[in-house]
Write a new protein. Sequence first.
Lengths: 275, 260, 578
Amino acid sequence: MTTTYVTRTDKPSFFGRLDVRVKLLILFLASTLIFVWQNVFYLGATLGVLLLLVVNAKIDLGLIKRLFTLMIPFLGIVFFVQGFFNPYGVTPLFTVPQWVPLIGGDLALKWEGVVYAGLIGLRLFIPLIAFPLVVMTTDVNDLVVGLVRLRIPFKIAFIFSVALRFVPLIFSEINSIMDAQRLRGLALEKMSFFRRIPVFASLLVPLIIGSLMKAQTLDVALQSKAFSGSYERTFYNENAMRLKPVDVALIILGLLIFFGSIITRIWLGWGSFVA
Amino acid sequence: MTEPIGEKRETKDVGGVAIGGTPVAYVAIMAAIVAALAFVPASIVVGGMGQGWPLHDAIHPLVGLILGPIAGPIASGIGILVGNAVAPHTNIGPWSPLMGMMSAFAVGMVVQRRKYYWLVPWIITVVAHVIYYPAVRSFDPDISFGLWLSNVFTVTIALILIAIPQVRNWAVRTIHEETIGLSMAVALFVVFFFGSTAGVQLMWIPSWFAAPWPADVWPVLIPIIALERTVFSVVGTLVGLGVIRALRRSSFVKPKLAGY
Amino acid sequence: MTEEIIVIKDLSYRYERSEEMALREINLRVKRGEFLAVMGPTGAGKTTLCLTLNGIVPHFYGGDFYGSVEVCGLDSVEHHTYELAQRVGMVFEDPETQLTAPTVANEVAFPLENVCVPAAEMHERVAHALETVRLAGLDEKHPHQLSGGQKQRLAIAAALALRPSVMVLDEPTSQLDPVGTDEVFSVVRDLNRELGMTIVLVSHASEEVAEYADRVILLSKGEIAEAQTPQRFFQGVELLTKHELRPPDVTSAFALLQPNGAGGITEYPVTLDDAVRCCRSLKPSLRYRDVAHQDGERKDGAKTVLQTRDLHYTYPDGTEALRGVTLDVGAGEYVAIVGQNGGGKSTLVKHFLHLLTATEGEVRVRGKNVNQYEVSDLAKHIGFISQNPDNQIFSDTVEKEVSFALKQLKYSKEEIEARVTDALRQMRLEWAIERHPLSLSKGDRSRIVVAAILAMKPEILIFDEPTTGQDYAGSRAILELTQELHEAGKTIIVITHHLYLLPGYAERLLVMGKGKLLLDTDLRSGFYATEKLNESFLTAPQIVQLAKMIQEEAPVRLRPLTAREFTDAVTIKQEALP
């Protein structure tokens, strides 16, 4: 279960060199535009742009493929449910034949529903790709500095970086606890869902306790390094704070897209549902 | 035992570098646990969209209990964001932090033993609850009041349960008591169930606007939602019991706003 | 300069929710430039004492604080940890929980950022600190990619960047292998001797303390029981034994050799160099014997229970952890596997448990290919005890913990009860049956894990670094336990890098390095195959080194492993004494 999907890509690229603030803005757009637009073409174009960035950032395309494969069962349900039941559905593509008991002749797969399912698929997939895209191409230091520049309190930015740093460690804890349990005859794969519940608990309790004890040691270590959580501090990676002209241009463009999309959607109806 | 000979000293501010009364390192490590648990797809379904429902859903109420109503939501929120990045297969949407943060906040507030603190998450949840009805009808007018209610009654029950002063006060008192037994389990379940449903209710709103379900499939969701919240609250309770039992016996420096 | 940099007066301290005093009426003065070592058994208050020096006790932990601690003229209660931390650098035991930054350079810069050092100056200081601990050039590496010794040196560099006057190191080497330990000690020595930095070092490593410290204090139950120069301190073999400390091997040997200070030597040597010098000056009166030592015999013809043939294992990230290991372990053997961290020891044993599956080659358990077993089946035959007991305890009473496996394996209620009682009796833990595991000491928690494993009645037991992070008494207790189990007929495998603990217990020695089996022989020959040990960056115990040096100068064959055996082989001719 513990395949780490995300490892940092060190390959230099146009996207990789962008300022963290630009990347965070892209993440923000990916998370909001999916609400503003209800149009498969608009969102399709958004996904296209994201995929171009993925290619530019030299991220392993296998990751995207794996993600998509993992989503197939869920997308299947969405296509079925929306295709047959979506209230926008008008144009029948295929009607269940009369001889099928109960639903025959009544139930039909409709074009608008299928388009709507595509819309949901896009809304799902866009942020799904945006998160790893940003994190995989960003140095954690730059992330911290970028967040601080965005007026996010240093303590919060710091928690981000420490949490990222400790995920692999927590994993190895989970693995070693699970190994120990297997060696005491626990065969999770043979258990029913309900019998697994107490097993989850017996995994999480030692994990949380052990980690909290580690957290206490960590806090002592931080304080010993004169950590005070104060806003006033200097940064080793000062260079990461300067915006290059291309960053500024992209930020302006991004903000224009954000506000523009809302205004044109409300007044001109751009990006509303079409089928 | 004899008193030692040195002069006894007063220490002013105890607790180190804190956020909402909780040491920063605790918040970070809890966030890391939440993020790591994002790798484990746990649920049977689909409370929102997304393919796998992350296992950390079960522990947000506990995070609120241990870290308090400020640090708890921060740990949950950051943990979920980091989880979305490192385990995209359980990313249930960009609004996913809302759920964990609300769960942790709700529990953190309820267990504070202040008279009106519980009202804050309660009112937020009631508002989300009520808004949800016109929201779902704007997509599919076939969703009747009855259908809506049958679907969200899990949340309604939690809202009513926690609003009854006797139930709430008993639960909060029991959680603070020494003895860790069946009544503590019930008390934890009551509070966690509220936290868990408050979180999911808040998340339903953005989630609905991105991926709504048509009226025809709502009946199927009724038992699923109820079962899902109950099971997650039970897991949370079992973990909570074990964690409280262990923490109370350890040298762990307790966060100021912790509720155990 | 003889200025006093640390002045502790009548210090007593009690943790919150605790009834016992953690520290009791401590009075201590440390001079600028002094190297002070703090020794004592687990729970004596060593860490607490360290934490008073930068005010974490009492600022973070609360509790009751009596008396005063003054560091560089600052009272620790009046001043914040933030201020004190700029004067007192601290390095802790576990490298994982003190490194937080994504790169080596950022790790060192972190404390400087905290105190608002301008960026330009910061780069200079970071570079300098890294150079001092010999990590220059690794700036951009991720701390995860460093070895244990490098991680601890990085922690030292981070503390160093603030230019503190005092460096406090709390068991900095107890999680490290011998190479890492050497690296850290040599850096600490340079800080003290070349930069004149005041050092406070908590350590169980008697040999190193004897070599580097100016003064040793012994803490016992929160009180200072002794404060001496190492030379005098380690003479008190009786006091040390009483407090469960281990004197350096050579000191023990000389104490046994001439218990009354006869032979013209008034003090026992405490370092290897001293001991060699001592031997030289005593040379005319020393007599040697080639003793046939009584070693446990390897049971030939015993049934082979564990077997590997040309075993290869490559981790998913491409690391080749095992590169062709062929090995047979017979029933009832006691095998020690030693070697540098990353040498493949743990990877090897995990194959027997089927926690890892061979990339190439074959693994057999009791004659059957390991792939034909389920992990839960294997668990009935092989018990595996890993280093951290807390990752192996999942229940909230000792009873539930010990019966955990039995319930999984669906034994009857009576059977479970009988086995639990049995296992607890064997571990002498009957009294704890109702207790919460976390309310017990770390040593007892390790015993619970062993009890839980024994309840399954496995015939093979594998201990993975059971002595790491344990004090001497704890380590001995665990090895005694393995001995008992061995005598009861179990096959025992112990992974360790504490070679000096093995004599008297292990019979067979496997030395692993870089994924290969470098040596497979009996313990005694193994310890004297020093080149092979060095190849895996291990150092033979002091006694072995001493015996080898004597042999270089005298035509004898000496094979002692312990101080006791040394005195069997080497004696002082009585009439030659003045």
